[in-house]
Design a binder for this molecule. Structure first.
Ligand SMILES: O=C(CO)[C@H](O)[C@H](O)COP(=O)(O)O
Ligand SMILES: [Fe+2]
Length: 246
C-alpha cells in the first residue's frame, strides 16, 4: 500500500463540529489461537476490526518468540483488512523486506532495534508500506526529533513489549497527550496507535488523550463476545475523542 500524500491536518469545520473522529481497532493476533489463525482473524474482522495487528518477536530484542513472514503470507489471503506488523526484532531491515513481500500494509519497529532509524523508515516506504516508529514506556518523545515528518504513524507502547495480557502503564496517557499536541502543531497527518493493556475500561481516556488506533489482544480474543468487545472499545474511545473536541 502506497503512503498517503502529505496534507495538513484540519481542525473541526462547520460540517464536522460535534462529530468525533473515528477510532480504529486493531485486535492483536498474539492472543488468538494460532492453530486456527485464519478463523480467528475472520472472527474479529467480521466483528468490526479495522486492522489485524501482527506481533513479531525474536527472543533477542524481546524475551519471547512468535511468528515470521511465512505465517504473515499464509494469513494474507484470509485477512479482510490491512495487516499491521509490529516488529519486535533486532536488527530490522531484512525483515522489513520480507514482511512487505508477505503482504504487510503497515510496518512499525522500535528505534533501539535499528542502527539507522531513518534508513529503516525509508526502506519501509520504498517497499510500499506505511511506516511507524514504536516508543517503549521508557523511550522519550525526543526520539522522534528529525524523523517525525517521515512517519505515517507513531505507536505508543503502554506495556513493555514481549507479552500479551499485561497491565496498562498509566504514564502512557500524558505521553499520548504530549504526542497529540506535537502532531497537531506540526500539521502533519501522522496517526497515533496505542498498544498494551487496552480495554473498554481505559478506552475513553485513550480517545480523550488523542489515540487514533487502539490495539487490543486479550480484551478482544479473551471476550465471549468479540464483536461486542471491539464495539465497546471503539464507542468509549470515540466518546473520549468527542470530549477532546476531535
Ligand atoms: O505488542 C504487544 C506486546 O508486546 C501486543 O500487541 C500487546 O501486548 C497486545 O496484547 P494485550 O492487549 O493483551 O496487552
Ligand atoms: Fe504489538
Amino acid at each position: 500500500m502506497a503512503s498517503l500524500p502529505r496534507r495538513r491536518s484540519q481542525g473541526p469545520t462547520k460540517e464536522t463540529e460535534g462529530m468525533s473522529r473515528p477510532v480504529r481497532i486493531a485486535p492483536s493476533l498474539l492472543s488468538a489461537d494460532f492453530a486456527f489463525l485464519a478463523q480467528e482473524a475472520r472472527s474479529v474482522t467480521d466483528g468490526g476490526a479495522d486492522l489485524l495487528h501482527f506481533d513479531v518477536m525474536d527472543n533477542h530484542y524481546v524475551p519471547n518468540l512468535t511468528v515470521g513472514p511465512l505465517v504473515c503470507a499464509a494469513l494474507k489471503p484470509h485477512a479482510m483488512v490491512p495487516i499491521d506488523v509490529h516488529l519486535m526484532v533486532r536488527p530490522v531491515d531484512a525483515l522489513i523486506e520480507s514482511f512487505a513481500q508477505a503482504g504487510a500494509s503497515l510496518i512499525t519497529f522500535h528505534p533501539e532495534a535499528s542502527d539507522h532509524v531513518h534508513r529503516s523508515i525509508q526502506l519501509i516506504k520504498a517497499k510500499g508500506c506505511k511506516a511507524g516508529l514504536v516508543l517503549n514506556p521508557a523511550t522519550p518523545l525526543s526520539v522522534l526529533d528529525h524523523v517525525l515528518g517521515d512517519l505515517d504513524l507513531v505507536l505508543i507502547m503502554s506495556v513493555n513489549p514481549g507479552f500479551g495480557g499485561q497491565a496498562f502503564i498509566p504514564s502512557a496517557l500524558p505521553k499520548i497527550r504530549a504526542l497529540r499536541a506535537l502532531i497537531d502543531s506540526s500539521g502533519l497527518p501522522i496517526e497515533i496507535e496505542v498498544d498494551g493493556g487496552v480495554k473498554p475500561d481505559n478506552a475513553f481516556e485513550l480517545g480523550a488523550a488523542g489515540a487514533d488506533i487502539l490495539v487490543a489482544g486479550s480484551a478482544v480474543f479473551g471476550a465471549a463476545d468479540r464483536a461486542g468487545a471491539i464495539r465497546a472499545i471503539r464507542e468509549r474511545a470515540e466518546e473520549g475523542a468527542r470530549q477532546r473536541g476531535a
